[in-house]
Design a protein around this ligand. Structure first.
Ligand code: G1P
Length: 279
């Protein structure tokens, strides 16, 4: 099994774009058909043999903790009615006791700050980061593809795809290095910038929310000043490591939906509804 044993799930965001739905409910609990976004990324990580799942949460995120715990009254009720299929559905994603750890980010200070809050769990080992907003339908999962690339050739890996020129200001954007392995899914990069203006962007190669990172990125996060948007950016920590560690934008196989936007969320729902034969 993989040497990546820890995955970090930043789930502290306010979900402003989905108000009022996210007023009292975490955005990560929004379902694609019947399964919350967070469950998809947890299952993607577990499929890679990841044993420690660290959720970096905030206030109002209790529903996420409850989702990964028993709900005795519900389960007893379903069992009494012999609804075994539903009993299975509410238990299958629980994992072993102690696998999931929670820490609070305490204040919204950026993605880099959220990842840094998991430093005591990650310690001095490579780790994964998964953003539930980026829904990726892939088999094997996007993270499994990236870990295979990492194991063949260690470095920092960021999932990536081409985006339209007028959308670069929503993403971390990679600057590919000049010498590339032809046909490789791993594109060596020489620069990385968070949310550039369309005119200033080094490319259209956007970072998507899956990362496999060396422990030096975590150390780098401890020393960073706020970047784009006045926040501590994960992008800046990875960019600072480029001279010291091979860094790759990884072209994954699979279909990605931006579930941080209403349109992407609706498209993901339509895609999974069709895949499951519901429409
Ligand atoms: C974050 C990262 C950005 C990345 C994006 C992927 O941005 O900061 O580099 O491209 O996730 O979804 P956010 O979506 O949190 O603004």
């Amino acid at each position: 099994m993989s040497i990546i044993k820890t995955a970090v799930f930043p789930v502290g965001g306010l979900g402003t774009r989905f108000l009022p739905a996210t007023k009292a409910m975490p955005k990560e609990m929004l379902p694609i058909v019947d399964t919350p976004l967070i469950q998809f990324v947890v299952e993607e990580a577990r499929a890679c043999g990841i044993e420690r799942l660290v959720f970096v949460t905030g206030r109002q995120k209790h529903a996420i903790e409850n989702h990964f715990d028993h709900m005795y009254e519900l389960e007893a009720n379903l069992e009494a009615k012999s609804k075994t299929e539903y009993v299975h559905l509410v238990r299958q994603h629980l994992g072993e006791p102690g696998e999931i750890l929670f820490t609070r980010q305490m204040r919204p200070a950026g993605l880099g700050h959220a990842v840094w809050c998991a430093r005591h769990v990650v310690q001095d080992a490579p780790f994964a980061v998964l953003l539930a907003d980026d829904f990726i339908d892939a088999e094997p999962g996007c993270l499994a593809q990236m870990i295979a690339a990492f194991e063949a050739n260690p470095g920092n890996y960021l999932a990536a795809m081409q985006v339209e020129a007028d959308k670069v200001d929503r993403y971390g954007i990679a600057e590919p290095a000049d010498d590339q392995e032809p046909e490789s899914k791993s594109v060596r990069i020489k620069g990385l910038v968070e949310k550039p203006k369309p005119g200033d962007s080094p490319s259209r190669l956007a970072v998507i929310g899956r990362y496999v990172l060396m422990p030096e990125v975590m150390k780098r996060l401890s020393t960073l000043d706020p970047g784009a948007g006045g926040e501590i950016q994960l992008t800046d920590a990875i960019a600072a490591e480029i001279p010291h560690c091979p860094t790759y934008a990884y072209h994954f196989d699979g279909q990605r939906f931006d579930c941080g936007s209403k349109l992407g969320f609706v498209q993901a729902t339509a895609h999974m509804s069709a895949k499951r034969g519901l429409v």
